[in-house]
Design a protein around this ligand. Structure first.
Ligand code: ATP
Ligand code: ZN
Length: 283
C-alpha cells in the first residue's frame, strides 16, 4: 500500500507529545532533529517535521494527508480540513488580557480600543460575535509588552499559567478560545484504510491513558463492599489467595476519580493495592 504523510511540529510545545503518541501507536521511526522527513518502518506512513504554522495549509493542500496541530493555529489559518480526533495534549487558552489598573468590565468596553495579538483572525471573529468594534494590531511576538509601551489597550494571547501576564502588569479579562492538539486530515481522507487503522490505534492509546489497572487484596467478607465501589466495571476478576478467606481483585479504574476511589477502597479494607499503567485498550 502506498504510504500516507503525517505532518507534526518539528520542535516546540507539540513535538514531544506528538512523537510519543505515534510511538505509543506502535510506529517505529527515527526522530532526528536534523531531518525533515522520516519513514515509519512498520506502518505505511511518512512523518514530515514542520513549523506548526505551516501544518494546516499543508494538510488542506494535500502535501500532507494528516497533521497534528493546535486548534488555535487551525482556526487562525482558516483552512478547510477535517477534524479526525482531539488529542488531549497541548491544552491552552487564548485570552484577552488588560492592564491591572484598567476599569474594563464587559467585552463591550473594548469598543474603540486597540488590541494587540498574533491571532487577528480568531480575535476578529470573537469581536464580531460580541458586536464589538476595536482596532486589531497584529504583532508576531512579545504581544504582552504592547500595553506597557502604549501600543494597545489590551492584548489577545495564549495564556497558560498567567505568569507572563502578571510580570507585565496584565490580568486576564475574557476567554476567546480553548485549544488542544487535534489530528486533522485533508478532506475525504477519513475513510482511507491507513487512516482508519491509525485512528483506531490512537483511540486505544487515548483510552488507556485515562485508565489504570488496579490489583488489590481483600478479606472475602469485605468483597461485596469493594465490588460495590467498582460500578463501572462489568465484572472484576476475583482470584482466591493462598491465605484462606483472602481474594485478589483485578480491575481497571478511570484516572479522573483515581485518588477518591483508592481512598474509598482502602477504607473498605483493600490492602496491598498495586496500580499499573495501561498501555492500550482495544474495544
Ligand atoms: P513553531 O516553531 O513550530 O512555529 P511556535 O513557537 O509557533 O512553534 P510553540 O510555542 O511550540 O509554537 O506552541 C505550539 C502550540 O502549542 C501552540 O500553537 C498551542 O497550540 C500549544 N500550546 C500549549 N500550551 C501553550 C503555551 N503555554 N503557550 C503557547 N502555546 C501553547
Ligand atoms: Zn508557530
Amino acid at each position: 500500500m502506498p504510504s500516507l504523510k503525517i505532518a507534526i511540529q518539528k520542535s516546540g510545545r507539540l513535538n514531544e507529545k506528538s512523537v510519543e503518541l505515534l510511538k505509543n501507536c506502535g510506529l517505529s521511526f527515527e526522530n532526528y532533529k536534523s531531518s525533515l522527513i522520516s519513514s515509519v518502518a512498520n506502518f505505511p506512513l511518512e512523518i514530515l517535521f514542520l513549523r506548526d504554522d505551516d501544518i494546516p495549509e499543508y494538510v488542506q493542500d494535500g502535501i500532507a494527508d494528516l497533521g497534528i496541530v493546535g486548534e488555535n493555529v487551525i482556526n487562525e489559518t482558516g483552512v478547510d480540513v477535517h477534524y479526525l480526533q482531539r488529542l488531549g495534549f497541548g491544552k491552552c487558552t487564548l485570552k484577552i488580557a488588560v492592564p491591572n489598573d484598567s476599569v474594563f468590565a464587559h467585552v463591550k468596553d473594548l469598543e474603540g480600543k486597540a488590541i494587540a495579538t498574533s491571532y487577528p483572525v480568531i480575535l476578529k471573529k470573537f469581536l464580531d460575535d460580541n458586536q464589538v468594534n476595536a482596532t486589531i494590531r497584529t504583532i508576531s511576538g512579545s504581544v504582552e509588552i504592547s500595553p506597557g509601551l502604549g501600543l494597545s489597550d489590551a492584548i489577545c494571547d495564549i495564556v497558560s499559567t498567567g505568569g507572563t501576564l502578571r510580570s507585565n502588569g496584565l490580568k486576564p479579562f475574557a476567554d476567546v478560545l480553548s485549544s488542544e492538539a487535534i489530528l486533522i486530515g485533508k478532506n475525504g481522507i477519513g475513510n482511507h484504510a491507513i487512516v482508519k487503522e491509525l485512528l483506531q490505534r490512537i483511540q486505544s492509546v487515548l483510552k488507556a491513558k485515562e485508565t489504570k489497572y488496579v490489583v488489590l487484596n481483600v478479606v472475602r467478607d469485605n468483597l461485596d463492599t469493594i465490588l460495590s465501589l467498582l460500578p463501572g466495571v462489568k465484572s472484576p476478576t476475583v482470584v482466591p489467595l493462598a491465605e484462606e478467606n483472602w481474594v485478589a481483585v483485578h480491575t481497571v479504574i478511570q484516572e479522573r476519580d483515581f485518588w477518591e476511589k483508592i481512598n474509598k477502597l482502602k477504607a473498605a479494607g483493600a490492602q496491598g493495592i498495586v496500580v499499573m499503567p495501561v498501555e492500550k485498550i482495544i474495544m
